[in-house]
Unconditional design. Structure first.
Lengths: 384, 384
DNA sequence: CTTAATAATTTCCTTCGTCAAGTATTGATT
DNA sequence: AATCAATACTTGACGAAGGAAATTATTAAG
């Protein structure tokens, strides 16, 4: 696993993971945290320091009683190694270079003229070259690539089973991207990648159950339960967008009626706004502008969308009881329009103590998708 | 852990668990199944055989090519040890004695005159005595008791945090029941206990994600994800009954409106049947009889209830993607009335491949709750 | 009666992590 | 200044757990 494929003791992996996600931390604190002896931590940390992944920080100011040898906390050397993350969408590739702590060091993107596998791979190869050969000399310290894509992905074999947006089926993306880029490639579903990023470097740190809801064209949800990603036996999981919200609601492309996505997806919002105003040329941005300027009809569309999303989130809270939930709107600040409705609807529909689950609602810069992809490759380096 | 508190190698636990749940199985097959060397299995099995928990079966008839030494499969000696399981309801205690394979050997019950802790514990003590001193001489081979109760239970400390039905709060039930009965006592939420039983000895064997939906007075759901029970950070999980079904539906006791339980709970069905027929004295059984005799109004009530349950189940399938789902109606066959509606509604609302998730719908003899409690104590003996 | 195939066991060895003892570094107390 | 107590870390001996490979056991097929 580290640096070039040797097997590594379990304690080494868990020490690395803990330092990575829980920042500078002393060996003794690690031992308590991981339920190991401090001797085991010392031994596990040594090779990581030798390989340059960890460093010992200077003793910090003390807390507590005051006596005793000061700790020398272990910290990640974030620039020891870099990782490329690429998110594939229907019309664009978005790429980033991240350091070990998933800090974004460089980014770039490329329009896609077509979505066939060969074309996308060619573009992906060039995007990676641009990123690695640009300013910063990342190439020499980069060995891994993570790719995020919507649809049904088998992470363990790095294959895309089915991606409706791109019309891909059974594509050995990891293998092919690996050949083109020369990087060890991980592939993961985009929402799961983002969820992993949040688990390791965001609000999911330190809790062992956690949900990330993405609101945009579609409405998705990544779940961490008992510290592990929920994958779904039939390749389906986190489909919060297709939970029923209003049995008399509009038809959904899934064949049912009144799904959350059919009420609160971006397309659905535009359609409802057009119907309400009688202006068939309205865009999503127009709808946002109208709602912000006080248009009651369009405002009601956003309110209803927020209510639907809140109900979906409440369903997650009622069923799996995550310690916290992050709601992240694709791209923009537009979703502030329905944030209060999300919260109100969640409070109403959450059962008992589930209503105590903290909700973070915030924008999601598009680059974050690519960062999620990079996080998957970091995780695969560390080995869980 | 075994027999009296010594620590035991991980492989011993996993071998025991695998033989327990996956029936007679050869050492070589176990090694494959558990990803251990056959030497490790041989070593792990020995102490279990010596302690009388496992036995070696005679060689079975062969399958496959035909040559080679025949396997001597390992099997559980089910009568090596017995376990008492008790389910506490508002007005009754139901108790069983189970063997190691959760086979019910004896059962008994006791009406409760009151629900205060002292009274319940006294009755529980007598119930356990009745069971153990009755025919069968179980006492000498019984060391453990499992108690199942609705509400918020902390299994790790064997405490009842809050049980609305009994109005209990922060009761150290495990400790107190242990003192009275002399048995090491485990306490678990009733639905979780039943789910554990299904995971170990029912349809959950061999899959690592799985849902059990209970339909009765309330509508609940136990979840196994990645092989582990979902517990919920805030003490809430599996509250499928409070997922929204119809925003214009009847008020629910939880404060929201149109929850699955408000449409499909036993009380809700009775209320709707009364309203529909204008007969305020109608019981649940009357409603069942009417529906079966072709009453369209009451039939529609059951149809709607089934649709609500199906939608809730679809939400589970869409969110966590279990490998299979068992729906078990409290007690009786009455729920055949809405079974087709459950299936139809599930198919409509399940997204994509989630609709492939097999659904088992079957009656749930009341004794099963107590068996679930016993299963928890078996699991706690084995140690996960 | 060999040979091939499969199952189980045995022996020896490696690995990993603990234990207990010792070293390091500080503030407080005398 | 010397000592002590507290906390952090390191070291080396040890033991438990599981693996590899050789060995034994048992069968069917030729």
């Amino acid at each position: 696993m580290f640096p070039y494929g040797e097997a590594v003791a379990p304690a080494v992996t868990s020490v690395f993971t803990a330092v990575l996600t829980e920042g500078p931390i002393s060996r003794v604190a690690l031992a308590r945290r991981l339920d190991l002896s401090s001797a085991a931590v010392t031994k596990a940390a040594r090779p990581l320091i030798e390989m340059g992944y960890l460093e010992e920080l200077a003793a910090t100011e003390r807390t507590g009683p005051g006596a005793g040898r000061p700790a020398s906390p272990l910290a990640i050397r974030a620039d020891r190694e870099f990782f490329v993350g690429v998110k594939i969408t229907r019309d664009e590739l978005i790429g980033v270079v991240c350091d070990l702590r998933a800090g974004v060091r460089a980014s770039a993107h490329r329009r896609l003229a077509a979505t066939d596998v060969d074309h996308v791979l060619t573009e992906l190869g060039e995007l990676v070259d641009d990123l690695l050969d640009g300013p910063g000399d990342y190439r020499s310290r980069t060995r891994r690539l993570g790719v995020a894509i919507s649809g049904d992905v088998d992470h363990s074999t790095a294959q895309v089973r089915y991606s409706p947006f791109l019309r891909w089926r059974d594509v050995p993306l990891g293998e092919r991207a690996g050949k083109i880029t020369g990087l060890t490639t991980s592939v993961e579903n985009d929402v799961k990648a983002l969820t992993t990023a949040e688990q390791w470097f965001g609000e999911g740190v330190g809790v062992d159950s956690f949900a990330l809801v993405t609101v945009g064209a579609g409405i998705g949800c990544g779940l961490i339960v008992n510290g592990r990603l929920v994958s779904g036996s039939h390749g389906v999981a986190g489909e919060i967008g297709h939970i029923g919200f209003d049995i008399d609601g509009p038809e959904c492309h899934c064949g049912s009626r009144g799904c959350v996505e059919a009420v609160a997806g971006a397309d659905a919002i535009v359609r409802q706004a057009r119907e309400g105003t009688g202006r068939p040329e309205l865009t999503f941005e127009d709808a946002v502008a109208l709602a912000r300027s006080g248009d009651a009809t369009v405002g009601a569309v956003f309110a209803r969308a927020g209510t639907a999303i809140g109900a979906g989130i409440a369903a997650v809270a009622n069923l799996v009881g995550p310690a916290r939930i992050v709601v992240s709107g694709e791209g923009l600040s537009a979703y502030d329009l329905f944030e209060p409705h999300i919260r109100a609807s969640f409070q109403r529909q959450a059962f008992g103590a589930a209503a105590d689950c903290p909700l973070s609602i915030r924008a999601l810069p598009f680059e974050q998708w690519a960062r999620g992809a990079a996080t998957v490759s970091i995780k695969d380096l560390v080995g869980s």
